[in-house]
Write a protein that binds this ligand. Structure first.
Ligand SMILES: Cc1cc2nc3c(=O)[nH]c(=O)nc-3n(C[C@H](O)[C@H](O)[C@H](O)COP(=O)(O)OP(=O)(O)OC[C@H]3O[C@@H](n4cnc5c(N)ncnc54)[C@H](O)[C@@H]3O)c2cc1C
Length: 284
């Protein structure tokens, strides 16, 4: 299939982008890397009248440290994040997750902001942002505002962004001494969206876990925190017995949605496998 006819514009300023969004409302879509949007246009899942290409806005590119946070601009590609020394130093969870996103050609074009705004519940960046306690920076007609990742992902492909807002960046607290991170996912083939994936961030002192955030991908309509299992882990020393107890807790806590080929029971089982694997890696 081919996309329905649409107009295309490539503004040079953020003001222009925002006024186009205000003028056209739901008839307009922002175009970033196009790796999700163009597929949905070609399948006619979406038929906007206007594509607003934001690739002319260089202010949305780049990775830097600002005010004690790692700030990643919306147009930064998956490949740029994967290869960034700053990311490896300050947010190693993202470096671990990046190679799991699709294939190289898609990682070269797809963007950080596009992935977070698209909010696929099986995607890597939304899960990592939530695990890291990050913040989305959005800009609209009233200026800039910040939304905690905990409040940003609201439903299936639904976020806290207003229709006339642009996601300009997302910020992540810098990794500190004692921070630990783990990421893994189970997919049928390398590069496929995960059947189940997991991002964990927290602190560890003398083996005792604290501030643990466990986020599951591919089990719900949004990336999902496993808060009961997080609470069970905090204050305890990570060892094999704790990993087994936590896996059982997680399986009892979640109620996974099936996908085309995997039942809720399969996903429940796989989530426990991933947690046990990652926790055993944490104390190894
Ligand atoms: C074959 C294939 C396999 C894939 N596998 C994976 C995978 O395993 N894991 C994964 O995470 N992703 C995967 N993807 C998706 C890919 O990572 C996309 O790059 C990403 O989902 C969207 O980023 P994009 O820059 O391409 O956004 P686009 O496709 O341009 O836009 C996506 C949506 O976000 C909106 N948007 C874009 N940027 C902004 C912004 N700055 N502010 C507000 N709204 C914005 C658009 O209007 C659109 O609605 C895959 C894609 C393909 C084609």
């Amino acid at each position: 299939m081919k996309a329905a006819a649409f107009d295309y514009v490539k503004p040079r300023s953020m003001d222009q982008v925002i006024s186009l969004l205000q003028e056209h409302g739901d008839d307009a879509r922002l175009l970033a890397g196009g790796q999700s949007l163009l597929a949905s246009l070609n399948m006619r899942l979406s038929e906007p009248r206007l594509l607003v290409d934001i690739n002319g806005l260089d202010a949305l590119r780049g990775i830097g440290v600002q005010g004690g946070m790692l700030r990643i601009g919306a147009l930064t590609t998956h490949t740029e994040i994967e290869g960034s020394a700053l990311v490896a130093q300050h947010a190693p969870l993202l470096s671990a997750a990046a190679p799991h996103i699709a294939h190289r050609a898609i990682r070269n074009a797809g963007t950080w902001g596009g992935s977070i705004a698209h909010a696929d519940a099986a995607a890597e960046w939304p899960a990592c942002l939530l695990a890291l306690g990050g913040t989305v920076v959005a800009q609209g007609p009233k200026g800039e505002r910040r939304v905690a990742a905990d409040d940003f992902f609201q439903g299936l492909y639904a976020t806290a962004l207003e229709p006339d807002e642009v996601l300009v960046a997302a910020e992540i607290p810098l990794a500190a001494p004692g921070s630990w991170f783990a990421f893994d996912e189970l997919a049928r083939r390398r590069g496929d969206y995960a059947i189940v994936g997991m991002a964990i961030a927290g602190r560890r002192s003398a083996g005792v876990l604290a501030d643990t955030r466990i986020v599951l991908m591919g089990v719900a309509s949004t990336p999902l925190r496993a808060r009961m299992t997080e609470a069970l882990l905090n204050g305890k020393v990570a060892d094999e017995a704790l990993a087994a107890t936590a896996a059982a807790s997680l399986r009892a806590e979640i109620d996974p949605l099936p996908d085309l080929t995997n039942s809720p029971e399969t996903k429940r089982h796989l989530a426990g496998v991933l947690l046990q694997r990652l926790l055993n890696g944490a104390h190894a």
